[in-house]
Design a protein around this ligand. Structure first.
Ligand SMILES: Nc1ncnc2c1ncn2[C@@H]1O[C@H](COP(=O)(O)OP(=O)(O)OP(=O)(O)O)[C@@H](O)[C@H]1O
Length: 668
């Protein structure tokens, strides 16, 4: 597939996506975090790209959300779902769900949702989810004790891009390699023709070194795991708490992570610790060993009476000879013992192995002196040996750990992705429970389902309760409402007409997203487009009125398969003209296979102005109780509800003993 074939992906975005490991598979996977790894693609954009890929797969190029208010209802639906996520990933991933007119897309989403709502939201999982995030690629680590070497310019370029962690050096002959071996602890030669090379130092000829980065630069893998430690541990905990089958062996993963320090070095190896401490403590230990010997000698000297022969004394005074020669002669045993103590101290303090101790012995024991003097070159030799042993040990441990982690590199991607996807599923499960949802039936636009069963087109909602109401969800009264064709919805002020339109829009949008809906049951037609017009704020000026009328002119053209919800269109102009306009629009919609609900206080006038039998439903007041309207929220089919003024006049006619109110009532 061409990336540019995805709706919304132009040449520039496609070029960015090509930077991903497997661009097509990644885009198709819907993994928003993985898509967002492409340079310059943020998560919101990644969600749009994923949505574009879904649309392309289902040949779904329609736009169901046709008006601002319809788009707002979708946003509100998405927000209700997103509020129930823990991770940013899940919040973005939910945006890949959109109301579709494609049967296959709706089915695909529904089957994801069906298994999601089986999940049991569990506080322990929720807690662990807060620690998981998409895996991150840490910045490149520079490794300075190793280099790559090649004689070929092309290989050099390839090496520089494949292994940015190491310097890549040009070599022409063995002598160059040998020179490099003096500057680097390890040299990896990439050219076959150097095979069999015999130079001093840690030199390897590995033509496939670029294909085996785990071996060439184990630091890369170690840095990756170190940077992602917490996310991986959280993902492991989530798998256990939610009983998911993990893509990676969790014991192995935990064991490997326990051996890894945050800076990518290996921890928990006693030998490496010993060597590291020996190098670090070397100077201090030599100084203490000197003091040990000095103390010992000082004590010995203090306890001895030394008789100096006159000639010795003379030579001391005349030639400035050092007292050391006397020391040698008079205190040879004590001196040897003191040196022995110093050596023992050094070997003990640095926990040296016998071979290392032999080297350490050379630090003391030159010409006798007081205070005792170390041999600097022996100290430096010992330091070089210990450092080399430490580095060899560290390199071996890194290579071993990297080879253990190498097998886990791909599975952990899946492990984390599964954990993040669980958050998506749990958000849907919570939504379903919080709003007492049911899975709706989405039927074909001809009123039949995919199997061809004839059923009324339009929508049918039973026990629908809107989470968009301004009252607590617990106080939302359930509504039953079904419409097929074009209808007017009349009703008392504040009876719940707007709220009913909101509920219908929300149920339809959620259903076409493949989501559960807040109702006991619902069947909705798979609408091609949802046109929802909110109540306009007051009368429009001539220009705006003309524009609105043009909108409706377009709307009634080819309205097949559309859902049209309109709230009090009459407020756009004077009542008489409004009634005629609404009647005309309804007429045009009725002639086509559109489903429409027009909320209006002018139902009677519209009906009178229409040339056909306009269906009218009504939200009725059961009556006025203590000045308050009691409303039956479910619209009554085929019923023109009485208006609030009519109810008040009726009340006055009953209460007062005058004909005025009775006459007034008759005018309704
Ligand atoms: N199903 C319901 N359950 C509980 N309360 C509701 C329900 N429907 C509406 N209400 C309450 O009634 C109020 C008015 O509802 P709404 O605005 O939908 O009425 P309306 O008929 O469109 O009013 P108007 O004629 O003034 O435009 C809402 O703000 C809400 O508090």
């Amino acid at each position: 597939m061409e990336l540019e074939a995805i709706p919304g992906v132009g040449a520039k975005t496609a070029a960015a996506l090509r930077e991903l490991d497997d661009p097509v598979a990644t885009v198709e996977s819907g993994d928003v975090a993985a898509i967002a790894r492409a340079p310059g693609v943020n998560e919101a954009r990644a969600a749009r790209i994923a949505r574009g890929a879904i649309r392309r797969r289902h040949g779904d190029d329609g736009r169901v959300l046709a008006t601002d208010r319809a788009r707002e209802v979708y946003r509100e639906a998405i927000d209700l779902l997103r509020e129930r996520t823990v991770t940013d990933y899940a919040a973005k991933r939910l945006e890949t769900f959109y109301p579709s007119a494609s049967a296959s897309r709706i089915e695909e989403a529904q089957s994801f949702v069906a298994s999601a709502i089986e999940r049991e939201p569990d506080p322990a999982v929720r807690e662990a989810l807060s620690g998981v995030e998409p895996l991150t690629d840490p910045p490149t680590v520079r490794v300075r004790d190793r280099c790559l070497a090649t004689a070929d310019a092309e290989t050099l370029a390839r090496a520089e891009s494949a292994v940015p962690e190491l310097s890549v050096e040009t070599v022409e002959e063995a002598r160059d390699v040998s020179e490099l071996a003096r500057s680097y602890a390890t040299v990896i030669v990439l050219d076959e023709e150097f095979a069999g090379l015999d130079v001093e130092g840690d030199v390897h000829v590995r033509p496939n070194a670029l294909d085996e980065p785990a071996e060439t630069v184990p630091e890369r893998l170690l840095a990756f795991f170190a940077a992602n430690r917490e996310r991986l541990e959280a993902a492991a905990t989530i798998h256990e708490a939610a009983n998911l089958s993990p893509a990676a062996d969790l014991d192995r993963l935990r064991d490997a992570l326990a051996r890894l320090d945050d800076d990518g070095t290996v921890v928990g190896d006693a030998e490496l610790d010993r060597l590291t401490a020996a190098v670090d403590d070397l100077d201090a230990a030599v100084s203490t060993a000197e003091s040990v010997a000095d103390d010992r000698l000082r004590e010995a000297i203090r306890e001895r009476d030394v008789t100096i022969e006159g000639t010795d004394f003379l030579s001391l005074v005349e030639q400035g000879a050092r007292v050391d020669s006397l020391l040698d002669r008079e205190l040879a045993d004590e001196y040897d013992e003191a040196i022995e103590r110093a050596r023992e101290h050094l070997a003990d303090a640095l926990r040296l192995e016998p071979e290392e101790a032999e080297l350490a012995d050379r630090v003391f024991g030159g010409d006798p002196s007081f205070p005792v003097e170390r041999d600097e070159s022996a100290v430096s030799r010992l330091r070089t040996e210990l450092s080399a042993a430490r580095d060899r040990r560290a390199a071996r441990l890194k290579a071993e750990l990297a080879s253990d982690l190498g097998d886990l590199r791909e599975p952990v991607e899946e492990l984390v992705r599964d954990a993040l996807e669980l958050d998506v599923e749990l958000a849907i499960a919570r939504f379903e429970r919080d709003f007492d949802c049911a899975m709706p039936e989405v039927v074909g636009p001809d009123g039949g389902d995919e199997a061809g069963t004839a059923e009324a087109a339009g929508f049918r909602i039973e026990g629908g309760r809107s989470p968009l109401l301004d009252v607590d969800f617990g106080d939302a009264e359930p509504i039953d409402y079904a419409v097929s064709g074009a209808t007017l919805l009349s009703g008392v002020n504040s009876g719940g007409k707007t709220s009913t339109l909101d509920l219908v829009a929300l149920v339809v949008v959620l259903a076409q997203m493949g989501m559960p809906v807040p109702a006991e049951s619902a069947t909705v037609e798979r609408f091609e487009e949802v046109h929802y017009y909110a109540k306009s704020q007051g009368t429009l000026d001539a220009g705006a009125f003309e524009a609105t009328l043009r909108d409706f002119g377009d709307l009634v053209e080819g309205a097949d398969g559309r859902l049209v919800l309109v709230d009090e269109l009459e407020s756009i102009t004077e009542p008489g003209a409004s009634a005629k306009i609404i009647a005309g629009i309804l007429e045009a919609l009725d002639e086509q296979d559109a489903t429409a609900v027009f909320v209006s206080h002018l139902a009677r006038e519209i009906r009178d102005a229409a040339d056909f039998e306009v269906a009218v439903d009504g939200i009725e007041a059961a009556g006025l109780v203590d000045g308050e309207l009691r409303v039956n929220r479910s619209p009554r089919k085929g019923h023109l509800a009485r208006s609030t003024p009519e109810l008040i006049v009726e009340k006055l006619a009953g209460d007062r003993d005058t004909d005025f109110y009775g006459d007034l009532l008759e005018k309704f």
